[in-house]
Design a protein around this ligand. Structure first.
Ligand code: NHX
Ligand code: ZN
Length: 588
């Protein structure tokens, strides 16, 4: 179809241009034409709109352009020609008309081609101007603060917004300066949207929703017009919450030169303009969410805009328990299930993860034909959320299965021998998600920072898999790729961010964005980059060496764990410890 369109345009061009190029007569000066007439060399003159087409006696045709209006202003001219027995014809105007008609066709073909190309490039997804502006209805949400658990500090901070929305006039009367914009900052799944909705619900105010990603379109001006539309919608309400999810999609720092950039900048400017345009007493509060406040354009954070930041972090132990309580309200919990224990076993889970866990548990219970959710299905659900879905049907060769058993046993043994490692939660050779086998550790308590020792231990544990393959199988497999990636990441952070190498407590911004964003400048000197690489390698190799020593000294324990895994497929922390304790002592 594309080729056909191109062909049509090409043919059109040839047909049209033939008249003027291929058979084009040479232009001669008008005086030369008159001389030729005088000399009797002219056989025929065709009078056209602007030019005279002259056929010479030899049959050659030339063209000449008379002074404007010359022919019509000099009636003697034509009769003079006729006198000289020169054939005079007057060309119909249509020839010129034909040309412009053709030109029109050509232009039409051209635009069709351009249009079709755009259609092809955008895969037919040409968004209409109005389409995706998912400006949610502006209804008042049914959720209130009671439905939001585990983010007590954040809730306290936004209570003021609720007071304001309830009685904006009163708030203004006592001179309360209301934030026009509140920025909710936190990792994904921590309930930023829910919190925003609950503010509206709590204040019985309408809730308008948009996502920053909706504003970033490939056509100039669309994003900006959507922002305008959104704020117009908001101003129709006496008071309301206007929520913008993923603010970073539009709010990135300006400067740089990527293609979509100009459009984003326009959208961002429009957003700033609209926010400045709102009077504080108007009762509209803009709430935005992001997990990357550091990349936001500073203009967004200035007074009168998103000048208030509220952190919405991953829940702590107490928070997780509260969140579990909310989510288990509508499911049949078996008597004796202790949510505190579940909460303790889910460090690092976000609110969304916990919701997912409860949901999976309900599904699993149903599949087991059980009417209640007990500890067992909750445990199974946690593993599913944590490690991915079990894929028991995956076909694995015996050799791969053995390799997997030794690989996981390697991780497990290093983790159980090194004193600073997190306790083992589970080791399994049942394929899950993308992995053929998994070794899971779980921290004893919520941890917010890591010691250098812990990180080194973690690198060694990650190397344990590869080392086991080498020592016990006599080969290496590509399966260790994820371990290697994670170990390298840790080592890189230790050197570049945590100042845990001989290079000292400095920040080495190794990969500060990409060149397209125009911040390549933040790179390192070549010499420093080389030294960073050396230190990263040293850390990983030291972990590798630690793992090798441990596995070499615990060959019998290794074999025992691997063989047990091949037999029963999964071992929990206690079972592992029992095997290891039979062979090894926990010192090294
Ligand atoms: C593949 N998977 O993708 C096969 C199926 C060495 C016994 N061709 O280290 O399964 O080779 O300790 C997240 C999580 C890639 C991202 C796991 C990306 C695994 C897992 C490669 C065990 N356990 N490797 C491991 C494994 C593989 C992979 C991942 C990921 C294996 C190893 C995956
Ligand atoms: Zn591994």
């Amino acid at each position: 179809m594309f080729g056909a369109a191109a062909l049509v345009v090409l043919v059109l061009a040839i047909v049209l241009l033939r008249g003027s190029w291929f058979a084009t007569e040479r232009d001669i000066a008008f005086s030369d034409f008159l001389s030729a007439v005088e000399a009797g060399k002219v056989q025929q003159v065709a009078i056209g709109d602007q030019a005279l087409t002259v056929t010479l006696r030899g049959g050659r045709r030339v063209r000449t352009i008379p002074p404007t209006g010359y022919v019509s202003a000099s009636p003697a001219f034509v009769s003079d020609l006729v006198h000289r027995q020169i054939h005079v014809v007057v060309q119909p105007r249509s020839e010129a008309g034909a040309f412009s008609f053709g030109a029109m066709l050509l232009a039409l073909g051209f635009f069709a081609l351009v249009g079709f190309t755009i259609y092809r490039v955008t895969a037919g997804r040409i968004p209409s101007l109005e389409s995706r502006a998912r400006v949610a209805d502006g209804e008042t949400p049914a959720v209130t603060f009671a439905d939001v658990a585990g983010v007590d500090e954040a809730k306290d901070e936004v209570k003021e917004v609720v007071d304001f929305l309830r009685e904006p006039e009163k708030f203004a009367a006592i001179g309360g300066r209301m934030p026009k914009g509140v920025l909710l900052v936190g990792p994904p799944g921590t309930g930023k949207t829910l919190l925003a909705r609950s503010i509206a619900g709590e204040a019985s105010a309408p809730f308008l929703f948009a996502s920053g990603a909706d504003f970033v379109e490939m056509y100039a001006g669309v994003g900006a017009s959507r922002v305008r539309k959104l704020f117009r919608e908001a101003s129709k309400h006496k008071s309301c919450i206007l929520f913008i999810d993923e603010l970073d999609a539009v709010g990135r720092q300006r400067g740089g030169n990527s293609l979509s950039h100009e459009e984003r900048e326009q959208t961002l400017n429009q957003l700033l303009v609209e926010m400045d345009g709102f009077a504080a007493h108007q009762g509209v509060v803009v709430i935005a969410a992001t997990n990357r406040p550091d990349i936001l354009d500073p203009a967004l954070l200035r007074p009168g805009r998103f000048d208030r930041q509220v952190m919405v972090g991953c829940p702590d132990l107490k928070g997780r328990e509260a969140i579990l309580k909310v989510h288990t309200k509508k499911v049949p919990l078996a008597p004796g299930v202790d949510l505190r224990t579940i909460a303790r076993g889910t460090p690092g889970f976000s609110g969304a993860d916990l919701a997912n866990l409860v949901n999976e548990a309900a599904l699993l219970a149903a599949r087991h034909g059980s009417t209640v959710i007990d500890d067992r299905v909750l445990d199974e659900a946690r593993d599913k959320v944590l490690m991915g879905v079990e894929r028991r049907s995956m076909v694995i060769t015996e050799k791969e299965r053995v390799n997997c058993a030794y690989h996981e046993a390697g991780h497990a043994l290093v983790a159980s021998v090194l004193p600073n490692a997190d306790p083992l939660h589970k080791v399994t050779i049942i394929p899950r998600g993308r992995a053929l086998g998994v070794t899971m550790q779980l921290p004893e308590a919520d941890r917010h920072t890591h010691t250098k020792d812990f990180l080194e231990t973690q690198v060694a544990v990650l190397m344990g898999g590869r080392v086991a393959e080498e020592l016990f199988m006599g080969h290496m497999t590509s399966g260790a790729s994820n371990d290697i990636e994670r170990a390298t990441e840790i080592a890189q952070k230790m050197v570049c961010e945590y100042g845990m190498s001989p290079l000292g407590p400095l920040m080495f911004r190794k990969s500060a964005g990409n060149a397209w964003d125009g911040d390549r400048a933040a790179g390192l000197s070549e010499d420093t980059a080389r030294r960073v690489d050396d230190e990263v390698r040293t850390i990983v190799m030291r972990g590798y060496e630690t793992a090798r020593q441990i596995l070499q000294h615990h060959r019998p324990a290794m074999t025992a764990v691997a063989e047990q895994l091949l037999e029963v497929e999964s071992l929990d922390g206690g079972e592992l410890k029992a095997i290891v304790d039979r062979f090894a002592t926990r010192v090294n």
